[in-house]
Design a protein around this ligand. Structure first.
Ligand code: TYD
Length: 222
């Protein structure tokens, strides 16, 4: 009998592995991604850590608009700006990295568009997913880590870290962010195989441990 072998390529992407982190402001996505990156590199994996919006030079300019434009931005324009950022990012960064066999660790992806623009802005979850999938040209995550956190606690963390300076999305009312939170949780319930939901109120070490267990299983790290 041959030994069972660890999976060498992802079913979703063909070669590399695509892991996204989602959650509200202050949930700790960046901290968790940094630590996961170090751990994966220590296990000999090539890791590309990136984000949306703003994972490319073009995307940085789009990010500046969506997060800092003064005055009204039509919700559909906002949705299309995120989609434009995504289309360019997937084609020039994510897909090539996956083709090389890298692990792509990404802060936010399509689920953010569905939660923020589709549900909280009221543009329609289905429509925004369709637009986003088109922009992403079918590149879907193998694993999505949802760092779930009470909105008030998340807000307090952001304020403690950098004071009362909020971007366009962060400046939305608590009810908007609560809607976003519930939208993420609903997506996780609908796709339990793709999502890992972690209680982000836990200490960072405990959160990281939960994430590593899931990633070990996915990548076949003993
Ligand atoms: P960012 O500073 O990257 O947020 P965080 O550090 O919390 O990840 O800002 C990204 C903001 O953009 C965040 O408020 C969520 C929002 N966003 C959308 O509304 N739609 C999207 O498709 C994406 C990717 C982000």
């Amino acid at each position: 009998m041959p030994e069972p072998t660890a999976p060498t390529a992802s079913a979703a992407t063909g070669r590399g592995w695509f892991i996204t982190l989602e959650g509200g402001d202050g949930a700790g996505k960046t901290t968790q991604a940094e630590r996961l990156e170090q751990w994966l590199e220590a296990h000999g994996r090539q890791v590309i850590r990136t984000r949306e919006p703003g994972g490319t030079p073009l995307g940085q300019r789009i990010r500046e608009i969506v997060l800092h434009e003064r005055g009204h931005v039509a919700p559909r324009a906002e949705a299309l700006l995120y989609a434009a950022d995504r289309a360019h990012h997937v084609e020039t960064v994510v897909r090539p990295a996956l083709a090389r066999g890298a692990v792509v660790l990404q802060d936010r992806y399509i689920d953010s568009s569905v939660a923020y623009q589709g549900v909280a802005r009221g543009l329609g979850a289905e429509q925004i997913r369709t637009v986003s999938d088109w922009a992403a040209d079918g590149v879907t995550p193998d694993l999505t880590v949802l760092l779930d956190l009470d909105v008030t606690v998340g807000r307090a963390r952001v304020t403690a870290a950098r004071g009362d300076v909020f971007d366009r999305l962060e400046s939305e009312a608590a009810t908007f962010h609560e809607t976003v939170r519930q939208a993420f949780l609903a997506m996780a319930r609908a796709e339990p195989d793709r999502f890992l939901v972690v209680d982000a109120a836990e200490p960072a070490d405990a959160v990281q441990e939960r994430v590593r267990v899931a990633v070990s299983g996915l990548l076949g790290i003993a």
